[in-house]
Design a protein around this ligand. Sequence first.
Ligand SMILES: NC(=O)c1ccc[n+]([C@@H]2O[C@H](COP(=O)([O-])OP(=O)(O)OC[C@H]3O[C@@H](n4cnc5c(N)ncnc54)[C@H](OP(=O)(O)O)[C@@H]3O)[C@@H](O)[C@H]2O)c1
Length: 247
Amino acid sequence: MATALVTGATAGIGKAFARRLAAEGNDLVLVARDAVRLAEVGTDLRGRHGVAVEALPADLGDRSLLERVADRLRDAGRPVDILVNNAGFGATGPFLSRDVAEEERMLDVMVRAVLVLSRAAAPGMIARGRGAIVTVSSVAGFQPGGTYSAAKAWATAFTAGLAGELAGTGVTATALCPGFVRTEFHRRAAMDVSHLPGWAWLDADRLVADCLADVRRGRVISVPSLRYKVAVAILRHIPLRLANMNY
Ligand SMILES: NC(=O)c1ccc[n+]([C@@H]2O[C@H](COP(=O)([O-])OP(=O)(O)OC[C@H]3O[C@@H](n4cnc5c(N)ncnc54)[C@H](OP(=O)(O)O)[C@@H]3O)[C@@H](O)[C@H]2O)c1
């Protein structure tokens, strides 16, 4: 029994983390922008699993709202044992055609928020001698592909570095690197994924169950499914120019 804070908990992978963690008996602090959806998810999980659920509506791209979430993680009176940095979004089109402000927002949510929240959560976890920080990165982080891929490459490298610093403290850091997962992600980013074959898709609940098993084993990088493990192994060994990705 622990308390987990999940960002981006109203949809897709984050909602699957919230579901699974609640089913395992953990209390939850749920973060996303849409307060109505957050309340709905909270009511559902409270009713189903009898856990305590706190809704913390926040746009993680907004520095003052991000600080509120960081304050919650630093609150020693209400310790958070598991932090899931999941909130994120994709983009279509080449970097040079895109609005710079939107690219910066991507870094705010998928880089700065991950950095700030991990930094806020870790000291308390270390002091208590237990905890886990999970950051949802992507297979895209192993490929050149604009700001999104660069943000995910940062998330994976950052997590690996953090895991090294945390060794021996009882606290783990894990980067979850999925391939394509059926969520709201592609529709929100107006990506046409109709050409993708069925086998390319991962199920969010299965992904989360496998990731949490990896967290318990202390794995630093969690790549779900054999097909994406093979893809990552190849991507890590071929020249960057051959791995170019165009969304
Ligand atoms: N789906 C895939 O194929 C895939 C593959 C690899 C990695 N990922 C990564 O997985 C993570 C989750 O994506 P998903 O596929 O589950 O997407 P999703 O279904 O679109 O869910 C995104 C979640 O993030 C929240 N969110 C977005 N912007 C936010 C912000 N500024 N502040 C706070 N919360 C915010 C959304 O809620 P609100 O809109 O209410 O804020 C929602 O709860 C992302 O980091 C994504 O990059 C996804």
